[in-house]
Design a protein around this ligand. Structure first.
Ligand code: IMP
Length: 190
């Protein structure tokens, strides 16, 4: 059977062809931060019925862990965008591949993203969502590559700021693989 990781436990890494990914954020660190964010959202949305909207595919694990840490009645929906295709570099275009089922007019909406990189996707999403006139609109992202940001976007909840390097795991893929890793790994560019 093919295994994902190589090396001993303490220094495990992932080889994709001849590219090496090394640990960036451990499972424990991610879970602790997601719990904190869940606690914060529980307080801030008390008395409301928020709807959490995950951006597929990358946000499915973060959204799932986040809502398990929110002690409120809430709803969940998804939509799907495409911008990267098979590569590590954004094509600079966004395409809608699956639309929302829910009516978000007058609702308290929280968009859930795995990562904000250039900000192109979230900018497109913010404009689209505003056109449906929600009661409120906030954005939560697990990861934020601050140095890569090119668009003027509003992000309300950030799990971790990370360097401008390619990462995989915890929902994030490289050519659709490695989403199932519990920790996040970064491409070692040395
Ligand atoms: P943006 O539109 O440039 O902000 O990119 C957002 C989308 O690109 C994310 O939702 C991810 O799907 C993908 N992406 C950006 N950076 C990475 C990365 O380091 N690893 C995997 N996917 C990424």
């Amino acid at each position: 059977m093919d295994e994902l990781k190589s090396g001993s436990h303490a220094e495990d890494y992932i080889l994709v062809g001849n590219e090496k990914f090394i640990p960036l954020l451990s499972d424990e660190k991610i879970q602790a931060r997601v719990k904190e964010l869940g606690g914060q959202l529980t307080k801030e949305y008390k008395g409301k019925l928020p709807i959490f909207i995950g951006v597929l595919n990358g946000s499915f694990i973060f959204l799932s862990d986040l809502v398990k840490n929110i002690n409120l009645k809430l709803e969940i929906d998804f939509f799907k965008l495409s911008s990267y295709g098979e590569s590590k570099i954004s094509s600079g275009k966004v395409k809608m591949l699956k639309e929302l089922n829910a009516d978000i007019n007058d609702r308290h909406v929280i968009i859930v993203e795995d990562i904000v990189d250039t900000g192109l996707s979230i900018k497109y999403i913010e404009e689209l969502m505003e056109s449906f006139k929600p009661a409120s609109l906030k954005v939560a992202t697990l990861l934020f590559k601050k140095e890569a940001l090119k668009y003027d976007v509003k992000i309300d909840y950030i799990g971790f700021e990370i360097p401008n390097k390619f990462v995989i795991g915890y929902g994030l893929d490289y050519a659709q693989r490695y989403r199932n890793l519990r920790s996040i790994y970064v491409l070692n560019e040395e």
